[in-house]
Design a protein around this ligand. Structure first.
Ligand code: GLV
Length: 329
């Protein structure tokens, strides 16, 4: 086929060689810059001609963008979360939206355990103290942290990632409780876990780990009231989405010892500006949204996003579609 007849696809960011191989000879690609928090001007100008959009989670796919793209057949988000996409607006326009579940479950669960352990054993403070000359001797009371064995881990949201955390935490001898709108008998049986209300979970847990999608219902789910109801010795772990936690309330909680510490892979806002007060708190570990950041995981996410994109361009059902109702119209 004459390449100029192939459908135009906008890829919001430059990705490593090979990650978009599945798209080769199937469409014309216009690719944005490597690091961008919005669609570049060049790509924005081409929206009227685009049939596909391959987006990362930093790109707001909203009414403003969609109204410029009358030919768009598919939005393929290279992420499991899709709160950056106005799904309702896409559905109204008949545009299926794809995401990449499954392939990042283990990577994200590993990172969650990594920052949970780092917070439990105060690695951030210990590393800083060692580098900055405060390692004077082997102190019997220096940098004392928390044991995992026997500690209660409260998992908020028992989806794929929540279940993968349960499996790992059970290996460390943690007692698991969880909250979720649906029953999960298999998790209760396999790990001796108890399903409880979110209120009980917050009150009883030594570690609270968040694994819910960001929606109107979960926005600021962890607010002042929630933080005050946690144990003063508890740690909060967030590898889901930043706005699930109310940032000002978290700063108050950490400054005033309502809780003992936090480990955050996600923040509100993102990126967190370098002068943000959260960085001043030694009991707060922050990493820059790297839950799925392994070569293998990211490549598989990229491929899954290509598969969704190609299906959408061909008018086929997306293998991983977040708005299946679009097919019922
Ligand atoms: C990462 O946060 C994702 O949603 O894939």
């Amino acid at each position: 086929m004459d390449p100029s007849n192939l459908p135009l696809v906008l890829v919001s960011h430059t990705l490593p060689d090979g990650w978009l191989d599945l798209l080769e000879n199937r469409c014309r690609l216009l690719i944005g810059p490597k690091d961008a928090n919005e669609l570049s001007d060049e790509l924005f100008t081409e929206l009227p001609n685009a049939e596909g959009l391959y987006s990362l989670l930093t790109i707001k796919v909203d009414e403003n963008l969609l109204s410029q793209a009358p030919r768009l057949k598919v939005v393929s988000n290279m992420a499991v979360g899709f709160d950056n996409v106005d799904v309702e607006a896409c559905t109204k326009r008949g545009i299926p939206v794809g995401n990449t579940p499954g392939v990042l479950t283990d990577g994200t669960a590993d990172l969650t355990m990594a920052i949970l352990l780092a917070a439990a054993r105060r690695l951030f403070e210990a590393n800083l103290d060692a580098r900055e000359g405060r390692w004077i001797t082997w102190s019997p009371t220096g940098w004392l942290g928390k044991d995992l064995r026997g500690a209660i881990l409260g998992i908020v949201g028992m989806g794929k990632i929540g279940s993968a955390i349960a499996k790992r935490a059970a290996g460390f001898g943690m007692k698991i409780i969880f909250s979720d709108p649906n029953p999960h008998k298999e998790i209760e049986e396999k790990f001796g876990a108890n399903q409880v209300s979110i209120e009980d979970l917050l009150e009883e847990s030594d570690f609270v780990s968040l694994h819910v999608p960001l929606t109107k219902q979960t926005h600021h789910m962890i607010d002042e009231g929630a933080l005050k109801s946690m144990k003063p010795s508890a740690l909060l772990i967030n590898t889901s989405r930043g706005p699930i936690v109310e940032t000002d309330a978290l700063i108050n909680a950490l400054e005033n010892d309502w809780i003992a510490g936090a480990a955050l892979d996600v923040t509100d806002p993102e990126p967190l500006p370098a002068d943000h007060p959260l960085y001043q708190l030694p009991n707060c570990l922050i990493v820059p949204h790297i839950g799925s950041a392994t070569w293998n995981t990211r490549r598989r996410m990229a491929e899954r996003a290509c598969e969704n994109l190609l299906a959408g361009l061909e008018g086929k059902r997306l293998p991983f579609c977040v708005n299946p109702e679009v097919y019922e119209r």
